[in-house]
Design a protein around this ligand. Structure first.
Ligand code: C2O
Ligand code: CU
Ligand code: CU
Length: 517
């Protein structure tokens, strides 16, 4: 992968500007001044206005710290990283699982229904807060940027695990600094199990493995580089030229001749992957962002946008010991996705005979019904576009810490249709034709994708879309309209929706929505 030159050219092409370099540089100074890109410390933006004291009995209590540290990623010198470090204070010792040889945070292993308490201590030199991505939790536990804590402080999260069995994750969420903090290494998986899932006999233990895919850029001293392209990185989103899996470069997965459950997670700031096996074997997809599907799906490719998860069941029992397979990124219309490169190597190292067929049915799901939506005849519209001052906007607005607009207030208990429209035409100074993909994420719930239209030219990425199942992040291509069905249950207060291209998010492509009683 040669990322830098490609991205510059692709950027102009994607924005529909031929030879538009002059336009770009004219806009650059303002943007650079608006966003603190180099890792300088910024103070916490406000004091938590919600009660934050621990009380009562819980099933699992965990101390989680964000610290500065080092990790061996490339041969030679260790890389300075920021990382989460955890410790089980009470509850089952296996509630946390360390990812070996990795900067990634410990994997949470919890059960549906458990009461969780996390004491998060910020040992960085700038403010931070933890967000539990995909989880249905009260606002005080959602890690909104207004709750960011200063260095040395502790924030206590109390919540009950209400979500379905599946692969969720956690990462920082301070305003304007989510991109650099996640890039520096702050991220971890949050796995939920439940009785229905247990009864399926899916591969477990050593045969149930996380595959966290991230791209990074290193200098000659093995140190991480971020934001070196300034405004280009901000507008496009940061793209690295090294693929890491579970925090390791040139990752190779040793397997036995038997079935595995692989939990694929795109933990990259902005890179979109189109995944496939090099030998053409199709995927058996068993879960999306919000957990198990009703039944496995058979697909040739998987398009995985930032923040998305997809679980696959894969059987290596027909492979010869000593053989190798590769998980490949295939060329697509993703920005800078034009190359074919290896994500990881799978080495069949030993023989094992296990009869554990893929279950034909996975989960019984109670779906939302579109005809019950309070706005079924007129969806709530969200226009994703370039703003006047050159920055990405949602309905022409950028993030404000605590305010919501009239059209961002919903009612507790309501089922709604939201439509995300990626305005490839833009409303800004640069005229028509501009557009980038935006992976749209809504906090606090899982939604159903009920309709997708436009954007038919993205045939390659479309081959890998999996719109079935529950999602918290959906990729919306330029010119595309995506309708989702979401229900605001149990909790009132201020949540977020935003683009999960972390550079877009940090620049303000994020807004509050409020659930009123
Ligand atoms: Cu994964 Cu608001 O984010
Ligand atoms: Cu989230
Ligand atoms: Cu975006």
């Amino acid at each position: 992968m040669k990322s830098k030159e490609l991205s510059r050219r692709d950027f102009l092409r994607l924005l529909g500007i031929g030879g538009g370099a002059a336009v770009l540089s004219a806009c650059a100074p303002k943007l650079l001044a608006e966003t603190a890109f180099p890792p300088t410390a910024i103070p916490a933006t406000s004091v938590p206005s919600v009660p934050n004291t621990a009380s009562g009995e819980v099933d699992v209590e965990i101390a989680l710290k964000a610290i500065e540290g080092e990790a061996q990623i490339l041969p030679g010198k260790a890389t300075r990283v920021w990382r989460y470090q955890g410790e089980v204070m009470s509850g089952p010792a296996d509630a946390l699982q360390i990812v070996p040889n990795s900067y990634l945070g410990p994997i949470f292993n919890v059960k549906k229904g458990q009461k969780i308490r996390v004491h998060f201590t910020n040992e960085l030199r700038e403010s931070s807060i933890v967000h539990w991505h995909g989880l249905h939790v009260p606002v005080e536990a959602d890690g909104h940027p207004r709750l960011a804590i200063d260095p040395g402080e502790t924030y206590i999260y109390d919540f009950t695990v209400m979500d379905r069995a599946g692969t969720y994750w956690y990462h920082p969420h301070p305003h304007g600094r989510t991109g650099p903090q996640a890039y520096a290494g702050l991220a971890g998986l949050f796995l939920i199990s439940d009785d229905e899932e247990k009864s399926l006999g899916l591969p477990s233990g050593d045969y149930d493995l996380p595959i966290v895919i991230q791209d990074r850029l290193f200098d000659s001293d093995n140190q991480l580089v971020y934001g070196g392209n300034g405004m280009m990185d901000q507008m496009m989103g940061f793209l690295g030229d090294r693929i890491l899996v579970n925090g390791q470069a040139d990752f190779s997965l040793p397997v036995a001749t038997r079935p595995y459950r692989l939990r694929l997670h795109n933990g990259s700031n902005s890179r979109i992957y189109k995944l496939g096996w090099d030998d053409g074997t199709p995927f058996n997809i068993i879960a999306t962002d919000g957990g198990l599907l009703e039944k496995p799906l058979d697909r040739q490719y998987i398009t995985l946008a930032p923040a998305q998860r997809m679980e696959i069941w894969v059987d290596f029992s027909e492979k010869a010991v000593g053989s190798e397979t590769k998980l490949i990124n295939f060329p697509s219309e993703a920005p800078d996705g034009g190359g074919k490169f290896t994500i990881m190597n799978v080495k069949v190292e030993r023989s094992e005979s296990v009869s554990a067929p893929l279950p034909a049915a996975l989960s019984t799901i109670t779906w939302h019904n579109e005809s019950d939506a309070v706005n079924r005849h007129s969806p709530r519209e969200f226009e994703l576009a370039m703003g006047r001052g050159m920055g990405w906007t949602l309905n022409g607005r950028t993030f404000e810490m605590t305010s919501v607009a009239q059209d961002e207030i919903v009612k507790l208990g309501d089922l709604e249709v939201w439509q995300f429209t990626n305005q490839a035409g833009g409303r800004g100074m640069m005229g028509g034709g501009m557009g980038l993909p935006h992976p749209m994420h809504v906090h606090g719930l899982q939604y159903q994708i009920i309709e997708r239209s436009g954007g038919e030219q993205y045939t390659s990425l479309h081959e890998g879309f999996v719109d079935e199942g529950w999602h918290d992040t959906v990729l919306v291509m330029p010119g595309e309209h995506v309708k989702v069905l979401l229900k605001f249950e149990d909790f009132t207060g201020l949540y977020l929706y935003h683009c999960h291209n972390l550079e877009h998010e940090d620049m303000g492509m994020m807004r509050n929505y409020r659930v009123d009683a």
